[in-house]
Unconditional design. Sequence first.
Length: 101
Amino acid sequence: MPSTVTIPRTSTRLKTERPKLFKVILLNDDFTPREFVVTVLKAEFRMSEDQAHRVMITAHRRGVCVVAVFTKDIAETKATRATDAGKAAGYPLMFTTEPEE
Ligand code: TYC
């Protein structure tokens, strides 16, 4: 007597989770020299003089400016390193991170 065997199909999940991204944000202050902010942006975020100057001026005028977007670890590391560069030079320069919507 023939019998049938049912083999369950395994379904492949095609969905690829994208890592959540975090913004690095530059905050304005009244003490850090403009040129120092530009130097830090160029060094830590590999920006050109032009890009760095635009970001610095935006933070200076509006209070904050998004510098770039990274995965959480990289955003936090870069924000900390850039903030520490200011601290080491005696400036209150601040970079923070914030999750992207
Ligand atoms: N506001 C500072 C000044 O006038 C310059 C500055 C710009 C500082 C942007 C921080 O994120 C900043 N010297």
